[in-house]
Design a protein around this ligand. Structure first.
Ligand SMILES: [Zn+2]
Length: 253
């Protein structure tokens, strides 16, 4: 057990979990959303239980979809600590580092502007977000915000496009995809979920990734779904350069 990771942070999103099959299911307080939350809770709990069985000592789960209130606490393995709601800092959205050695991303989605299932970056109001001429996936934002604490990304699950994007930026990341192309009726929830849990356990011996710290300078171009006026407002507020529906900026690193 010696070389296995023992302190894990899980970031859990909904779009790439096994219960979310439509945009409606990702939308707060719809009937489909309730069902999606139920399946997401089962996904997360099965992963967490398998990690504990494999010798993990502490697991913090950060509920990471929209409001941060999607997981049913009563369905989650009680050995884990569940953090619900949005946390402002010191790590934006996540809160603290929770003394984790590594982070696992569950239920994730692909970047805005790509073909993945319910693809978006932060919000569907952003039609496309490029950094240094490449689409930016959320894993980059959150892996980078955890890097100052030495926390390494080791595992990622989401649609096949999301997995490709994550693997392209985080070398040696272990990925496990969910293929929703055949529809929920033909999807074997139990089989997929237990394979997910086993794949997560395997990543406990992933010592090949490093904290994600992309080198600057970073040139970002944001294309807003709602066009010129919204981009102009954003550009004014944040002192970006605007060109039609696009705003660009170069953050100081
Ligand atoms: Zn989400």
């Amino acid at each position: 057990m010696g070389d296995r990771l023992t302190r894990i942070l899980v970031l859990a999103d909904l779009e790439g979990s096994s219960g979310c099959w439509s945009y409606t299911a990702s939308s707060f307080l719809t009937d489909e959303w309730c069902q999606a939350c139920l399946e997401m809770s089962r996904d997360v709990s099965m992963v967490v239980s398998a990690l504990f069985e494999a010798g993990v000592k502490t697991i913090t789960i950060k509920d990471f979809h929209r409001t941060g209130y999607n997981l049913f606490p009563e369905l989650i393995d009680p050995r884990a600590t569940l953090i619900s709601g949005y946390r402002r800092g010191p790590i934006p959205g996540i809160g603290r580092h929770y003394d984790a050695q590594a982070v696992m991303f569950l239920g994730m989605h692909a970047a805005s502007g790509s073909e993945g299932f319910l693809a978006h970056t932060m919000t569907s109001r952003i039609a496309r977000l490029e950094v240094n001429r490449r689409l930016l996936a959320e894993i980059e934002l959150f892996a980078a915000s955890l890097a100052p604490w030495g926390i390494r990304p080791v595992f990622f699950s989401g649609c096949p496009v999301a997995c490709q994007q994550a693997a392209a930026v985080i070398q040696n990341l272990d990925c496990f995809a969910i293929d929703k192309s055949r529809g929920a009726d033909k999807f074997d929830f139990n089989a997929w979920r237990s394979e997910l849990a086993q794949a997560a356990v395997k990543s406990l011996t992933n010592h090949r990734t490093i904290p994600y710290e992309p080198a600057g300078p970073l040139d970002a171009i944001v294309t807003m779904r709602d066009g010129d006026a919204v981009a102009a407002k954003l550009a004014r507020r944040w002192k970006f350069i605007q060109n039609g529906p696009r705003s660009g900026f170069r953050p100081l690193i």
